[in-house]
Design a protein around this ligand. Structure first.
Ligand code: FES
Length: 109
């Protein structure tokens, strides 16, 4: 018994709206979420740069490199790890594709 901190899967975006090599910013249950399609894999992060919390969907995705346009920090889009500078990381969110072709993100409830 006891409280278990369980998240909730919430619809975020139809997968057809996120082409390979594309990214999109959406709001899920009040949380800004960045969705990326990297080589066919859908990945979700909080839509906040590790530097000054600016929105990352205003940046650029080139292959596996995500660039924040505010001060040009770069991240590995597949891991969220900082490339330049290193030793920083984006906050990753669990995501999945449901049977109806909709990307869902798990958010805290
Ligand atoms: S806020 Fe992203 S690099 Fe500064």
């Amino acid at each position: 018994m006891g409280d278990v901190d369980t998240g909730q899967w919430v619809d975020a975006l139809p997968v057809d709206d996120l082409w390979e090599g594309d990214m999109a910013g959406v709001t899920v249950e009040g949380t800004g979420v960045l969705l990326l399609n990297v080589d066919g894999d859908v990945i979700a992060y909080e839509n906040r740069c590790a530097h000054q919390q600016q929105k990352l969907d205003e940046g650029d995705l080139d292959g596996r490199t995500l660039t924040c346009l505010h001060h040009m920090w770069t991240f590995d889009a597949t891991t969220g790890e900082g490339i330049n500078p290193a030793h920083t990381k984006l906050v990753r969110l669990p995501c999945r594709l449901n049977g109806d072709g909709v990307i869902q993100v798990e958010v805290d409830t």
